[in-house]
Each structure stands twice: as structure tokens, then as C-alpha cells.
Design a protein around this ligand. Sequence first.
Ligand code: GDP
Ligand code: IMO
Ligand code: MG
Length: 422
Amino acid sequence: MPATVIVGAQWGDEGKGKIVDLLAQSSEYVCRYQGGPNAGHTIVSGGETFKLHHIPSGILYEGKISVIGAGCVVDPRLLVQEIDALEARGISTAGLRLSGNAHLIMPWHVASDSASERRLGRLQIGTTRRGIGPAYADKASRLGIRVQDVLDPKILRQKFETALAEKNRLLDEPLEAGDLADRMEECAARLRPYIADTSLLVERALKEGQKVLLEGAQGTLLDLDHGTYPFVTSSNPIAGAAATGIGIGPTRIESVIGVAKAYVTRVGEGPFPTEIEGPDQARVRDLGEEYGTTTGRERRCGWLDLVGLRFAARLNGMTSLALTKLDVLSAFPEIPVCVRYRLPDGTETDEFPAHQSDFHHAQPVYETLPGWQEPLDGSLPRAAQRYVEFVEEGLELDVIMVGTGADRESVITRDQPAYSRS
Ligand code: GDP
Ligand code: IMO
Ligand code: MG
């Protein structure tokens, strides 16, 4: 059975956790392919809220295998905390498997993430300060420490010595390799049983016909290569990276489900053409409870941007879309949707600008759709349905799920989406 990728179509926090949790019911494997504890995926089930950072959103179901793939970065201390928090709530982590090739986030990565943000001052990226950029940078420099290094305390100590010879020059308080290895041992012992050859595991599962979901973190516009650089994360959230991040061939992937909010949010700095000016910004934030899952920061809110979404559909080869949080728009009598950008030279485009200065200065051109101003439950009122169809027409893509509330049950599955019918 081929694998399915679930990918964020905007700047993260689209509701991937909830959609993956839903699809996980009928899957055997759920695998995270990139990112680390910068992610915060929320699942609301039976009145309980779970916030996952490293662990894939399939963990809430007993008997599923949850893989943290080679393309991820793992903060060992935070991962142990996450495992303990789940176990304390009666969620078994026996199905968790951790790639030995994933890289570890070390204290110097966290320190240098914060130091570089402070140094940048006004020009800062607004990172989650979880050490993500420095950990991926060390991976590319071949200075990284990998999960498999914790299997042998002697090797781990040697790796610390090599890394610290360089890193101590940057740290306010130098670290000693032996001390660090001793302090790490407790975490290392906890993580060892989860370490596995996850690439082989997933390949075997696919060959046996099991259903595999590949869960992205962050979102397309935060992609290191194709996003709004430098205001991006340091890995590749786009679907193409799912194969490398897990260690399977790209021919194993058949479908790519994008996840987008019915509006847009962004945490951290960087250009955002449809960011709302005026009181509706705070209104969307309050109604959508738009505060970061990982850092608690206020999320910036904007109207839906079909130019950005079309770009995401293209980059990911999306086969369908899940549109979340439509309920949040129920309060508005009219809802603007950005259909094109106006560039500084006066021309209009419906393609995402290839050059950053064009994007920084792009002005949204809106079409205004009528609101529905009634709560959403089992079925969509006519105007809400029209909103969804407008998105489908703009993207030439089916919307297969519509989110109508945070809870696991609050979703409408569209058996007959409009686009492929037309
Ligand atoms: P992720 O990082 O993409 O998994 O998304 P987050 O969990 O960071 O943020 C999405 C937020 O929206 C979470 O608080 C979810 O519980 C919530 N959410 C998801 N889908 C819906 C929906 O359809 N309606 C509402 N009101 N909230 C939703
Ligand atoms: P999920 O998986 C939203 C943003 C940060 C910052 C930029 C770089 O929950 O959607 P980093 O710490 O990665 O170096 O920060 O990326 N960012 C996210 N924004 N959701 C996320 O994850 C994010 N992970 C990182 O705010 O702008
Ligand atoms: Mg999130």
C-alpha cells in the first residue's frame, strides 16, 4: 500500500495534528519526517487536549507504530518529558520508534539559537529558540551528534569531546564532555529502547500492505529552500522531503493531503501580505485561539491567501486539501479572500513571486465572499459551502475535509468534493 503525506500548506499551525489524528484511525504507521520540538501539534479528544512536539500524532491510538524519522532533530530531554507526560495520562508509548540517524539538539544549539536571535535584534527571525537552526547546521557541517550515538556511552563521550572543542569557544559557560555524558546518561537510557532502523521498518510495512501516514511539521512557506527565506525553519516541510526524511523511495508516495486553515496565521517575523489590519486581526485571533502551541506567542492573523495556497499545491504536488477552522469565520458578515497579488510595478499576478522583494511588497487583491453568520455543525450552510467551493476552484483541487471545531469529531468529510465533479 502506498504512503500518504500530510503537509502544512501555509506557515504552520494549520491543524495538521488533528487531521493526522483522524486519518491515523485507519492507518498502521504514523511517521514524522522533519522538524523537532519547534512543532506543536494539538489534538483534542474526549475533552482532553494533547500537545505533541516530537511524537507523531498517531500515538493516541493503542497498537499503532509512531516513527520519528531520520530527518528530524530531537531534544533528548524534551522527548523524555513528552514520553513521560503521555504515559502519565495513560497513553502508551510502546509503539514509538526513533531513527538512529535523527540528530540530537544539544545545549549549545539552544544557547546559540537564542544568542543569534539576540544578536539579530530588529532583524530576528522569531525562532522558537529550541535550537533547531543550529542543530540542522551542525548536521550539514558533519559535526552533529546522532540518536544512535547514545547507544554506546563511550562513543557519545568521544562525540561530545570533538563537538565541545569547537562549541566551548562560543559558550558563556564552557561544558565538560564527561559531565555532559554523565548528565545525558539518564535520558540516553530512557531513549535506547525506542531506537530502531525505522527506514527498514516503514519499507517492510509498505510491502506488507499496511497504511502509512507521513506527517510533516511546520508548513510549506517555512520550507528552507522554497519558503519565505530567511524567515523559515531549517528543514524541508514540503512533501518531497518525506521520502528522504523517512528513508523510503519517492515512488512509495501516492497521495499528498495539504492542510490549510480557512484563513492564515504566522508566528514569528517575516512578510505576510494578507495580514489583517484593524480590529478583525484580534477578532480572528480570539475566535481561533491563535496563540502558539510551543511558545505561547500571539499568532499574526490574515485572510485566506489563494496565491500562497496555489504555490503550496504546486510545491507539494497536493492531491487534495483539508480546510480547517472554518468555524472561526462564522462570525464575519463578509470574508475577503486574496486571489492575486499586485506588485510594485502595478502588474498583477496569481503566481507566488519568485523574488523576495516582490513578495515583500506584494499587495493582496481580494474578492469578498458573503459570510454565513451561524454556527457550523453537521452540515455547511450555503455560504460556507460556497466558500469551500471558491477555494476548490481557485486551487483546482478537492477539499476532502472541513474542520468545524477543535474536537476530533468536529470535521465534515466531503465524499463528493466539488472540483473533481465539475
Ligand atoms: P498544527 O501545528 O498544524 O498541528 O496545528 P496547531 O495544533 O499548532 O494549531 C491548530 C489549533 O487549531 C489547535 O489548537 C487545534 O486544536 C485547533 N483546531 C484544529 N482544527 C480546528 C477546527 O476545525 N476548528 C477550530 N476551532 N479549531 C481547530
Ligand atoms: P507546527 O509543526 C508555526 C516558525 C517560528 C519562526 C520560524 C523559524 O506546529 O506547525 P525555528 O524554531 O523552526 O528555527 O523557527 O519558524 N515555526 C513555526 N511556526 N508552527 C510551527 O510548527 C513552527 N515551527 C517553527 O515561529 O518563525
Ligand atoms: Mg503547531
